[in-house]
Design a binder for this molecule. Structure first.
Ligand code: ADP
Ligand code: MG
Length: 332
């Protein structure tokens, strides 16, 4: 491996011999170039092949922005300033848009929160799914349609050949989310990114949709990046957990380690909120800082009951403290 390649390895290098996706030192900013506002300050992430990695953190932490950076679809006025996103041997940040278009929907696909909004209201759902299939695989129209109906069937949509011919507005929220999952899976991607895929659905439907994601990812062998502000969802689905806060990765490790023996005070707070002691309503006092208001210290220092002058002065480096378990905290 050359020196340049060594430098681009994530701090998390070693988490897997040959990770499918590896983000290193990702900085994403907005605003004028002379006075940029950092939205992602230091994101590291590794997704081993076939793994399920959960990204958790309060709203505004940078979860969706990280997904957008991976897919190469940052919003207007938002740009990546530093870092690498290595996917299957390529750096996505330097890939021409033509290549990225092939990867998006083909090798990496997205299931977003609002499935109905992500579907084209003027096309039948079957035609939309079959179109994605044809664009990325070049199979015949008929073969694409057959695969579409089979997949809808596998995802638990009743009368799939009839439903494939109907329009998105005829689908309930839960059924529309299955369609979005079908669209994400039709090309057998290596990585499925699901960004809050069940937020906004009824609790009973949520469980069904998670089950569909669980089963279909398992069947296809794809890796899953599951983004959620809900730790219970992550706990149910993932084998690795990444905790992000205000644009930085604070903790990363095996799910049972991170959720049962958390090292970061922020993760500890999130877990207390999920499962508060009897008769208590738990919350983390204060709120996530606005982008651009952070100094050089730990982003969580302002809300952390263990914060010291050192925490306020310098952001702690990400360090491996237990096997495969990393944390950014001066106290650990
Ligand atoms: N288009 C945009 N332009 C500028 N800032 C944005 C834009 N979209 C999101 N942000 C900001 O980026 C930060 C991260 O947002 P996001 O990734 O959506 O958080 P999360 O998904 O964790 O809730 C937030 O502070 C948010 O306000
Ligand atoms: Mg989001």
């Amino acid at each position: 491996m050359s020196a340049a390649q060594t430098q681009s390895r994530s701090v998390l290098a070693g988490i897997a011999d040959d990770p499918l996706l590896e983000i290193s030192g990702l900085v994403v900013e907005t605003g004028p170039a002379r006075r940029p506002i950092e939205l992602l300050r230091s994101i590291e992430l590794a997704i081993p092949k076939g793994a399920r990695v959960g990204v958790v953190g309060e709203s505004g932490s940078g979860k969706s922005m990280t997904a957008s950076a991976i897919l190469g679809v940052l919003p207007n006025g938002v740009r990546a300033r530093a870092g690498t996103i290595r996917f299957d041997g390529r750096d996505l940040m330097t890939l021409p848009e033509r290549e990225m278009r092939r990867i998006r929907g083909g090798e990496i696909s997205l299931v977003s929160q609002n499935a109905v909004a992500s579907l084209n209201p003027l096309m039948t759902v079957g035609a939309q799914i079959a179109k994605v299939c044809r664009e990325h695989t070049g199979v015949s129209k008929q073969e694409a349609w057959t695969r579409t109906v089979e997949l809808l069937d596998a995802l638990g949509i009743p009368e799939p050949d009839v439903r494939a011919r109907s329009y998105p507005h005829h689908f309930s929220g839960g059924m529309a989310q299955r369609v979005a999952i079908a669209m994400a899976l039709i090309c057998s991607p290596q990585l499925v990114i699901a960004d809050e895929p069940t937020t906004g659905l009824d609790a009973t439907i949520q469980a069904q949709v998670l089950e569909v994601i669980d089963g279909s990812v398992k069947a296809s062998g794809a890796a899953l990046l599951l983004i959620s502000h809900d730790l219970a969802v992550i706990r149910a689905m993932c084998d690795i957990v990444a905790v992000v806060y205000a644009g930085s990765l604070l903790e990363y490790g095996p799910a049972d380690e991170v959720l049962n023996r958390p090292l970061s005070p922020y993760t500890q707070g999130l877990i207390r909120c999920m499962d508060p002691p009897e008769g208590e309503i738990a919350f983390i006092p204060g709120r996530i800082p606005e982008p651009g208001t952070l100094g050089a210290g730990c982003p969580f220092a302002e809300r952390c009951d263990r914060a010291t002058d050192a925490c306020r002065a310098q952001q702690p480096a990400l360090r491996q403290l237990r096997p495969d378990h990393w944390v950014s905290c001066h106290h650990e």
